[in-house]
Design a protein around this ligand. Structure first.
Ligand SMILES: *Cc1c(COP(=O)(O)O)cnc(C)c1O
Length: 396
């Protein structure tokens, strides 16, 4: 769709898919806050419906502001095309509806975003979708669950909140051999640090609520496909299910995405230093961050990612109570769920984001009670470090 290879991600994040306002020349894509679009005459209306003429009809089907965002992220992910959705969850539900039916089976990473798993286990199971949630960081676990009716493999890497990685190239190979569609939730890495389509995935999706928008003021999602066939299939499902993004929402995300590369870079720079600081702190038992040599998949991270990101998790030596005290006392990181914003956030997955998953399944997925997740933001590193140091000094 767009020329991508020649430009850097900084340039693409700012310019791809963007065009000045055609009427007055305003530098930003206008908010086309219209539900419907006027046809010149009956012939044009009919031609828009048959697809003989390009152009807009109705915002659930397409809208120029939303299209600008879709074109932008399609370039960042190096895909054929992209579809913006009302939320990250509606991106996933659209994909499940488009790819599976009542006789089919899917395999997914066990340590996924909590609601992603609950959506399938509690909602799509009612429609007959079969599933297995396994530790996809070991490809053999996926192989063991393959069935004749397995249609799709959903992978989240890095995974939420354990920071376990899954080898996307190995999954792509397995998917190809077994006729599966490989879908990657790329929310944690952002398109700046990982491009699953380049590694062989068929579809990538994001909660744009997180890094892509980056300012904790929008909920949204986006799907990018590698081929036109998948794009058409998913677009049809999306238009019918109605989980479309709103133009106003798309415009805010367009504003956010311009600084994506800069934000990701700064947050990552802070996160590397914070991970090292925590790892060396006597009161901290362990730190999981793909950029640390101690991360079991540090080499895989170097191989499939262009950076290690700004999410990390850790446990205190004296267990969850110490962790609870930490998240209650720390100053700069807000005690809140969500991630990937310009501000640092800290939370306790077992009682918050992953509380809807049974303790048994949580523990199998490595989400222990003591695990604290931190989304490192773009504040000054010294301020974040001093805050952590002071807070840790008050904890036994
Ligand atoms: C937040 C999140 C989602 C869900 O997105 P919403 O925008 O909250 O609907 C899905 N996957 C991951 C990895 C997330 O962090």
């Amino acid at each position: 769709m767009q020329e991508t290879k020649t430009k850097s991600k900084y340039t693409n994040a700012i310019h791809a898919g963007q065009h000045p306002d055609p009427v007055f020349g305003g530098i930003n894509v206008p908010i086309y806050q219209s539900s419907t679009f006027v046809f010149k005459d009956a012939k044009q209306g009919a031609a828009r419906f048959t697809g003989e003429e390009d152009g807009y009809i109705y915002t659930r089907i397409g809208n120029p502001t939303i299209k600008a965002l879709e074109d932008n992220v399609a370039v960042l992910e190096n895909g054929y095309g992209s579809l913006a959705t009302s939320s990250g969850m509606s991106a996933l539900s659209t994909l499940v509806m488009a790819l599976l039916d009542s006789n089919s089976h899917m395999i997914s990473t066990a340590a996924v975003y909590g609601s992603s798993r609950t959506l399938v286990e509690e909602l799509f199971s009612k429609f007959g979708v079969e599933y297995d949630y396994v530790d996809t960081s070991d490809i053999n676990n996926i192989k063991k669950c393959l069935k004749p009716n397995t249609k799709a493999l959903f992978v989240e890497t890095p995974a939420n909140p354990t920071m376990a990685l899954t080898d996307i190239r190995a999954c792509a190979q397995l998917a190809k051999e077994n006729g599966l569609t490989l879908v990657v939730d790329n929310t944690f890495a952002s398109p700046i640090l990982q491009n699953p389509l380049d590694l062989g995935a068929d579809i990538v999706y994001h909660s744009v609520t997180k890094f892509i928008n980056g300012h904790a003021d929008v909920v949204g999602g986006i799907i990018v496909t590698k081929t036109q066939d998948l794009f058409d299939q998913i677009k049809k499902t999306l238009v019918l299910s109605g989980a479309t993004m709103d133009p106003n929402q798309a415009w805010l995300v367009l504003r956010g995405v311009k600084s994506l590369a800069l934000r990701v870079e700064k947050a990552q720079d802070n996160a590397i230093k914070i991970a090292r600081f925590l790892e060396n702190h006597p009161k901290v038992a362990w730190v999981n961050y793909p950029g640390l040599k101690s991360h079991p998949q540090h080499d895989l991270a170097k191989n499939q990612m262009e950076g290690f990101g700004s999410l990390l998790c850790f446990g205190m030596k004296s267990g969850f109570e110490a962790g609870q005290k930490l998240i209650n006392t720390i100053n700069i990181p807000a005690l809140a769920v969500s991630l990937g914003g310009i501000e640092s956030l800290i939370q306790h997955p077992a009682s918050m984001t992953h509380a809807s998953i049974s303790r048994e399944n949580r523990e199998k997925a490595g989400i222990t009670d003591e695990l604290i997740r931190m989304s490192v933001g773009c504040e000054g590193f010294e301020d974040l470090k001093n805050d952590l140091e002071e807070t840790l000094s008050k904890i036994d």
